[in-house]
Design a protein around this ligand. Structure first.
Ligand code: NCD
Length: 309
């Protein structure tokens, strides 16, 4: 297969295993290119991309922007805080105004679940979801799996623990879909109040003990507590959360193997990970960031091939 089965990247839920294989193969090629002295290719010289960020972002926005620049696309950036959205403009009006300026691809981050899907059904451009509320964050899950494949050779058959605030995490849901497609085993761990009730229907197990899940896994993908999405208290205090679910060197030294530590960022140092763990050799957190650019180049490049001219 040399073509994606989708026209837009809304979620991993819509992808097939072959799509992931194709994205990884393409990203392997781009990773090699971005490590050359001349990091740029002319592939998308005739493509214009708008980055619409209705929610805060550092890594994802910079990563998409770099990926686009390295493919030689023309780009425009928009962030909600400085836009007419604050004056009451609808999402479709904002997008259509941007499209009138002849934009081919829209990369969008939005606080509402379903926003990327809604946009893809209402505007004539390829849409890439850069995170929609607590729903999906497909490029993050792709770069996470790509980083596991790079570190361990394959994702198939690996035991992956996803630890922390699963309830409010789009990274968790996209990872579950991506890892299942590739044949990994998954266990979730965190306070029960932060685990959605439907989750076992997705074919993943729950383990309440951090020590047990760390003993079991090859990789621990550690997630941030998403305070900004919480309207009520889900656990008594941050201190108690850290005591029960924070990963430190002492806990890691007590298990008999060297597991891989991942985190999508931003890290709350001292809450879900201590600094000595985040900065240790076991952690591949900065490799994830590096791979993010190659993965996003691959996704943009492959979706651009679908544009009818
Ligand atoms: C994540 C996000 O925004 O969903 N971060 C990211 O994209 N690198 C996770 C988070 O905010 O905790």
């Amino acid at each position: 297969m040399n073509k994606l089965s989708v026209d837009n990247l809304i979620g991993i839920k819509n992808l097939k295993k072959q799509d992931i294989d194709l994205i990884f193969k393409t990203a392997d090629h781009f990773k090699e290119i971005i490590n050359r002295p001349i990091k740029k290719v002319p592939s998308l010289r005739d493509i214009t991309i708008a980055n619409l960020f209705f929610e805060n972002s550092t890594r994802t926005r910079l990563s998409f922007e770099l990926a686009e620049k390295r493919l030689s696309a023309d780009i425009v950036n928009f962030s909600a805080a400085q836009s007419s959205v604050k004056k009451g403009e609808t999402l479709i009006d904002t997008a259509n105004n941007i499209l009138s300026m002849k934009v081919d691809i829209i990369v969008m981050r939005h606080p509402n679940e379903g926003a990327a899907d809604f946009l893809s059904k209402n505007v004539d451009a390829r849409i890439i979801n850069a995170g929609d509320g607590a729903h999906e964050h497909p490029t993050q899950a792709l770069l996470d799996s790509f980083s596991i494949r790079e570190k361990l050779g394959t994702v198939k058959g690996k035991k992956i623990a996803i630890i922390g605030d699963i309830l409010h995490s789009r990274v968790a849901l996209s990872n579950i879909f991506a890892l299942k497609l590739q044949g990994a085993e998954i266990k979730l761990c965190g306070p029960k109040t932060l685990i959605p009730k439907y989750i076992t229907k997705l074919g993943v197990a729950y383990e309440s003990s951090l020590e047990k899940v760390l003993e079991w896994c090859d990789v621990a993908n550690v997630l941030r507590v998403q305070h900004e999405r919480m309207d009520i208290k889900y656990f008594p205090s941050v201190r108690e959360y850290t005591q029960l679910y924070g990963i430190n060197k002492k806990i890691l030294n007590a298990i008999n193997k060297d597991i891989v530590i991942m985190h999508p960022g931003p890290i709350n140092r001292g809450v879900e990970l201590t600094s000595d763990v985040a900065d240790s050799k076991q952690a591949i957190i900065l490799n994830q960031v590096e791979n993010g650019v190659a993965i996003r180049m691959a996704v943009i490049y492959l979706l651009a091939q679908q544009i009818k001219r």
